[in-house]
Each structure stands twice: as structure tokens, then as C-alpha cells.
Write a new protein. Structure first.
Length: 278
């Protein structure tokens, strides 16, 4: 069994815990690699074990950080590697355990007492070419000039779904439904559902509302105002300006994100407390 270790770069506690995880796994006889950014911020790891994320070829990656760190790993790794997330971030929706549970979780993982939670991702094509990372959370098409709206048409499976004047458009996975899409008025989507959410961002027309479509559907977006530049944002991690006439095509990616989980519960159990009358 081979492990990768990645830490949030701006938190000393995350880097120190990453080293403890690295040392624990090495002492336990496992092969371990560390990503370059983690090593750059804490030089205590053996240099021979340092690799760029793009070259990780491991069985599991232990990610110590928040959702942003996990998204960075998902964008840069080239293989579908299961992630064990340790929460040292602000939100932690994607992480599985808290820092004090780290070594108990590692022991359960080594013993095989876990399951793999698979999440769909979205792939974006710009003028027919896939030159941007897959999205675990969302693809956002945004105005290139803050305070100025953009005029978009978007199509689902070739049919016109809506024409909007808005700050932008969000196409989200169930995983991303608790993030940017929810802030735009979209619904929470159970991660077990195989669907995609389309949510206009601050539209002018009251009739423009979020919609849910099958994950196998394809979404095409066109900028009607061909003189206005737009911004493409992937998971809040990757940004690029697009020429106004760019054809944007979004579909379900053949790749999935994989997470190590120790329980299959989506919602915390609720136990009703009944007061007894004496």
C-alpha cells in the first residue's frame, strides 16, 4: 500500500500534522510521497519522497486541510486516487475526520474498514477543446467586468433552456450544490443523486430560476453580447478569461472523485426524546 500526503500550505498546524502522518506511515513500513508545495513549506520530509501532485501514483492520498486543499488535489492529480480528508479548513464539507481522529482513521483505513464514496465531476470544452480542469463542485460563467451583467443563452441537450441577463451562470454537481450554487438560490442536492444543477447568478428576470437536469445531459452556453469578455471559474480554484465568442460545452466527466468514508450516513440520525409522565 502506497500513500500520498498533502497539507494546507498556510497553516502551521496542518503542516506539522502532515509530517506526523508521514512519519507514522513510514515507521509502519509503507511507501509515502509528499507533494512539492507541502515540502516547500516544511522541509522536514525526506527530499527523495517529494513529488509534484501531477506525478502521484499512490493508493490513497491523505489531505490535511479544507475543501480548497482537496479541490487543488483533484485538479492536479491525473488518476482517480481515493482521498482521506482531515479537516483543517474553514468549511470542511469534503473532509471526513477531525485532526484528533487522524491516526484512528488511518488505522481503520489500513485494516480495510472503510468504503469509497464516488462523486461525479463535470468536464468543460472550450471551442471543442478540453483545456481546463474537471469540476468537482461547479463550472461558473461570470461577467468579466464587476457590476456589469452578461447576456447568455444556455441549451440542454441541444434545446434552448433559457436566455438570461445576469451576473453569471453556475452549473453544479450534487457535491457543489452546498456551495456557490446554493448561494445563488439553488437547492441542496443529495450527493447520491446523479443530477446536475443549473443556477443563474442574480438574474434580472424573475422567471429565470435554478433547474435540475440528468447528469448525462449536456449543457451548452453562448455569450449573446459578443463584445463583452467573460470569466470561466472552475471550483473557485481555476480562472480564465474567455473571448466573447467562445463556445462552452459542459458534460459529465468520465472521471470521478473518490473519498474514503467510514460511515454511509448522509444525514445525522435524529432521536426524539420523549418526556415520561410520572
Amino acid at each position: 500500500m502506497k500513500f500520498g500526503v498533502v497539507a494546507r500550505r498556510d497553516r502551521t498546524e496542518a503542516l506539522k500534522l502532515a509530517y506526523r502522518v508521514y512519519d507514522f506511515l513510514k515507521v509502519s513500513g509503507y511507501e509515502v510521497v509528499v507533494d512539492e508545495d507541502t515540502y516547500r513549506h516544511l522541509r522536514e520530509f525526506d527530499e527523495e519522497d517529494v513529488l509534484p501532485l501531477e506525478e502521484f501514483d499512490v493508493d490513497f492520498i491523505v489531505v490535511i486541510g479544507g475543501d480548497g486543499t482537496i479541490l487543488r488535489v483533484e485538479h492536479k492529480t491525473r488518476k482517480e486516487i481515493p482521498i482521506l480528508g482531515v479537516n483543517m479548513g474553514t468549511l470542511g464539507f469534503l473532509t471526513e475526520v477531525e485532526p484528533h481522529e487522524t491516526f484512528f482513521a488511518l488505522s481503520k483505513l489500513i485494516e480495510g474498514d472503510y468504503y469509497i464514496d464516488e462523486r461525479i465531476k463535470l468536464r468543460t470544452f472550450l471551442d471543442g477543446e478540453n483545456s481546463v480542469p474537471d469540476a468537482l463542485n461547479e463550472v461558473a460563467i461570470l461577467t468579466g467586468i464587476p457590476g456589469k451583467i452578461i447576456h447568455l443563452r444556455y441549451y440542454v441537450d441541444g434545446g434552448l433552456a433559457d436566455e438570461i441577463r445576469a451576473d453569471g451562470l453556475i452549473v453544479s454537481t450534487p457535491t457543489g450544490s452546498t456551495g456557490y450554487a446554493m448561494s445563488a438560490g439553488g437547492p441542496f442536492v443529495d450527493p447520491r443523486l446523479n443530477v446536475v444543477v443549473i443556477a443563474p447568478l442574480a438574474p434580472i428576470a424573475l422567471s429565470s430560476r435554478p433547474m435540475i437536469i440528468p447528469a448525462e445531459s449536456v449543457v451548452d452556453v453562448r455569450n449573446v453580447a459578443t463584445t463583452r469578455e467573460i470569466v470561466l471559474a472552475i471550483d473557485g480554484q481555476f480562472y480564465t478569461y474567455l473571448p466573447p465568442e467562445t463556445e462552452i460545452h459542459i458534460e459529465k466527466s468520465p472521471r470521478k472523485a473518490k473519498f474514503v468514508r467510514f460511515t454511509r450516513e448522509i444525514y445525522p440520525k435524529y432521536t426524539m426524546k420523549i418526556k415520561k409522565k410520572f
